[in-house]
Design a protein. Sequence first.
Length: 188
Amino acid sequence: MKTQDTILEKAVELYAQHGYEEFSIRKLAKRIPISHSVLYHYYEDEADILRNMFEYANRTLGRLRAELSDKKSAKEMLQQRIAFQIEHSDLIVAVLKYYLSHRPQFKKNRKGFVPDKSALHIEEVLKKGVATKEFRVYDLEDDAKVITHAINGFLLEYYPHKPTGREKKLLIRRIYQFVARALKGGEK
């Protein structure tokens, strides 16, 4: 693994766990472990590390999402995406916390401040659900963002704990059932 990737991985962990207020170059260097002066060889300053961490986390999530297997039903696809969010909560929580602490850097779009690509993985599920008649969607982009926010809310509630085994299965089912009821018009 390249030194820069190691730096960014550890930055994700530190930022996800402690956020902007507790992040520092010295704390990051201790996690690697390298001298904090070495970090300046790769990055100009703390802001540069954080920008790169945000981009790294988003690229990594995009790559991992692209590797997800195809599912026959929207139900299976939605459950897969919920599990994905739980499994990669470090990356997602780091992205969320960066977004919240650097919000002025993000331009308002027609549906609010949330970056346009943040809900694409759920938009794919909803498109499939509409095509297979499993779900009713009223506003694809808006519904996808609301669902994404709901899942991310659970991630933030549980973080840094990562549910596994039975607890993870129950959480996936709980989130799925809630979302599916809404997408089916209140049906169970």
